[in-house]
Design a protein around this ligand. Structure first.
Ligand code: GAR
Length: 207
């Protein structure tokens, strides 16, 4: 069973979607720990409700990003984590974490990358005036939202949209594609070659 560690900072609706798809049998894996840099993240409460260890690791107690990531790696290793899932984790991670979990850190971003990387992606999309935005699950590399793309889903942008209404519509798709990407990883069906992620076919179960 794939051991998943989820890093969060806020509400945790993507964490919830992954937990739900494990519990309903769609995704074979286990969330073995949830780590938040914010003590008041609702995601921690979601973890506890499902009996998942919920750890607060306050970045303010560490001298810098590398020291913080070393502490993160220590906890993730203690729980035997094999895949690190960033789910609304609002911190830039360093090569310290990436080296420890090579090709095994995923992120979800609320835009169709490479459009609108960084913060406030939905605001950026509205300000730009695009008619379609969406969300992207990607492997994390050393840049900000630049890693190899695993799955994307488009979402229409309407004239009357606010940041909130667009975010809500995007999240519906996030909750669908993030568990799907984790499932593909769990089934070892993601093959990274250069910038591209090849999705291998499901093994033929009829034979
Ligand atoms: C999600 O919409 C995710 O795409 C976004 O934060 C939200 C977290 O929601 N991530 C970023 O903006 C990363 N730059 P959640 O806590 O309910 O899963």
């Amino acid at each position: 069973l794939l051991k998943i560690g989820v890093l969060v900072s806020g509400n945790g609706s993507n964490l919830q979607a992954i937990i739900d798809r494990i519990e309903d049998g769609y995704l074979r894996g286990a969330v073995v720990c949830v780590i938040s840099n914010k003590a008041d993240a609702f995601a921690l409460e979601r973890a506890r409700r499902h009996g998942i260890p919920a750890v607060v690791l306050d970045h303010k107690s560490y001298a810098g990003r590398e020291a913080y990531d070393e502490a993160l790696v220590g906890i993730l290793r203690d729980y035997g984590v094999e895949l690190v899932v960033l789910a609304g984790f609002m911190r830039i991670i360093t090569p310290v974490l990436l080296a420890a979990f090579s090709a095994a850190v995923m992120n979800i971003h609320p835009a169709l990358l490479p459009a609108f990387p960084g913060l406030y992606a939905q605001r950026q999309a509205l300000d730009y005036g695009v008619k379609v935005s969406g969300c992207t699950v990607h492997f994390v590399d050393e840049g900000t939202d630049t890693g190899p793309i695993i799955i994307q889903a488009p979402v229409p942008v309407f004239a009357e949209d606010s940041e909130e209404s667009l975010s809500k519509r995007i999240q519906v798709e996030e909750h669908r594609i993030y568990p799907e990407a984790v499932k593909l990883f769990a089934e070892r069906r993601l093959n990274i070659s250069g910038r591209r992620v090849e999705i291998l076919p499901a093994p033929d179960s009829s034979r």
